[in-house]
Design a protein around this ligand. Sequence first.
Ligand code: GDP
Ligand code: MN
Length: 397
Amino acid sequence: MNLHEYQGKELLSSFGVRIQRGIVAQNADEAVEAAKKLTEDTGTGWHVIKAQVHAGGRGKGGGVKLAKSLDEVKSIAGQIIGMDLVTPQTSAEGKRVHQILVAEDVYYPGDSEPSEFYMSVLLNRGTGRNMIMYSTEGGMDIETVAEETPHLIFTEEIDPATGILPFQARKVAFNLGLSGAAFKEMTKFVTSLYTAYVKSDSSLFEINPVLKTSDDKIMAVDAKVTIDDNALYRRKNLAELRDLREESPIEVEAGALGLNYVDLDGNVGCMVNGAGLAMATMDLIKQAGGEPANFLDVGGTADAARVEAAFRIILKDPAVKAILINIFGGIVRCDRVAQGVVDAYKNMGDAINVPIIVRLQGTNADIAKELIDSSGLDVMSATEFQEAADKVQAVLA
Ligand code: GDP
Ligand code: MN
């Protein structure tokens, strides 16, 4: 689950990480109030207005702007709220901006040398350990840095048994070329950042840029935070931060029905029990010349109600030209699933307007095939993988 920048910063701050301070606002008037409050609290005269959407590269898309007066706060806030922000990380339609962060301007006027660093914390799946990835080349696209100047990216792996050790924090500060007060600040920054990552069950922190001000403060100016979904059950306060407006509506609806659904770009809808079989099914569809329209794991109990829910979700995608149902009957019996498909189909009537290919294999597969073949419905049955693929190919042709 991704957090908004303002939520990520609040999380960091609660663990003692210094952040660029800001207040979230839903409209231009709130933005002006927020700006006044920030001026009282921090003395800042200038403010940055930052679109709060789940996408990076906002600066490039016009979603981050400097306001030098309250009038500018008001007009920029008015411009950004409600806009469809297009960045290198969004689709061409962009993402609707519902709220903004009004933040203190931390790039002091006259500051000739603000340094921007890059820092992330993430899991190195190769070694099974968390690592801190950091670079002197902050504020820019880290992918470009990785391609063109990979020697400017450093990593520091952390032993889960000890957590980050003081010498590691010093190494980070040293590699970033810091000395004096900034060096000390950075050791504190990276230590509390790592602690925040572990204690919040996050799977990614990306702070770009980390800023060193001319008076040697180190702070997070941006924050991309991803919380591990599997930990949300024990991080209720974080789970509450979820913003459904940022997620695909079909995926949200499927999630509420207990279906594991991921929207994809293709034309063949899939309904499968088990994530591994679902992935194999997507390969199968590709081999047959189609493109999967979704990933959908209906789970262990593929009864009529679930099958019907799955049909409705799949058919919300207008690109779907055929549906492939691929069920392995291990614990669940194939004939029950077949009955579920037949019942759901009859129940939905005209709502189903694409051919359906059902491949059932395992316990009672033969009875299941019989059930489908004698149903009189526009459903093709198959027992072999290849047979199912051929039938998909035939209906797409
Ligand atoms: P992103 O483009 O989505 O990654 O958004 P960021 O939060 O990283 O902001 C984009 C850029 O805006 C940063 O790299 C900074 O150069 C700039 N920026 C952010 N905060 C301030 C600020 O307080 N003052 C000024 N002048 N620029 C800022
Ligand atoms: Mn950024």
